[in-house]
Write a protein that binds this ligand. Structure first.
Ligand code: DX5
Ligand code: ZN
Length: 214
């Protein structure tokens, strides 16, 4: 079970401290938004590079940008350990996955809540991570879409059927209230933004999630 706090919910003016506060987590989830693929702009290469420079966490970069293949090398050079692309963001998702692997990084694929899961199947055997979005991407702090549990369950079955050890990550509205159910549905990796950084500091937030998963 891996926890991947999303730094989108952190205090950017104190990014170094925030990263230290999640040092006991497994990964840092880095949400890149371009104002095109999603209706919001977050941050890009320089912030990833700054985070990389002060943290040894696995940098899990979620690219919510149009035609991500244009920037894969740049994000790899800026310190990404894993790169996740949306099936809706490119006509060439298979090529993008290959490119990520050629860059020596972990390749992830994801899709929006309204996209049929079938879109994953052609690349399922070629990825290190499948991300099931449990909110519509673009903003932190949204409510978990309950139907996501079924989608997680289906993808868990597909991965097991092909003997894949890929991470099954879930992103959006994950909290201490639903984390157990998400894991029971088959997730191996939980992204959490507001549930970690939201109230009384990241360490307390992480602790609440760990408690909930016991
Ligand atoms: C949403 C992002 C998420 C977001 C999660 O577009 O992909 O990673 O930061 O935030 P919470 O956990 O607050 O829903
Ligand atoms: Zn994300």
């Amino acid at each position: 079970m891996k926890l991947a706090p999303s730094i989108l919910a952190s205090d950017f003016a104190r990014l170094g401290d925030e990263l230290r506060a999640i040092e006991s987590a497994d990964w840092a989830h880095v949400d890149v938004m371009d104002g095109q693929f999603v209706p919001n702009i977050s941050f890009g290469l320089p912030i990833l590079a700054a985070a990389r420079a002060v943290s040894s966490l696995f940098m899990d970069v979620h690219l919510m940008i149009d035609r991500p293949e244009r920037y894969l090398r740049d994000f790899a050079d800026a310190g990404a350990d894993g790169l996740t692309v949306h099936v809706e963001s490119t006509a060439h998702v298979h090529r993008a996955v290959q490119q990520i692997r050629e860059l020596g990084k972990k390749a992830g694929v994801t899709l929006n809540p309204g996209t049929p899961l079938e879109a994953l199947r052609p690349v399922l055997a070629d990825v290190d991570l499948v991300l099931i979005m449990s909110v519509n991407p673009g903003f932190g702090g949204q409510k978990f879409i309950p139907h996501s549990l079924e989608r997680i369950h289906t993808v868990r079955r597909w991965l097991d059927e092909i003997g894949s050890a890929a991470e099954l990550q879930v992103d959006g509205g994950v909290s201490a209230t639903n984390a157990r159910a998400v894991v029971a549905a088959g997730a191996s990796n939980l992204v959490a933004g507001s549930a970690v950084f939201g109230r009384d500091g990241a360490q307390a937030g992480l602790e609440r999630l760990r408690e909930a998963l016991k």
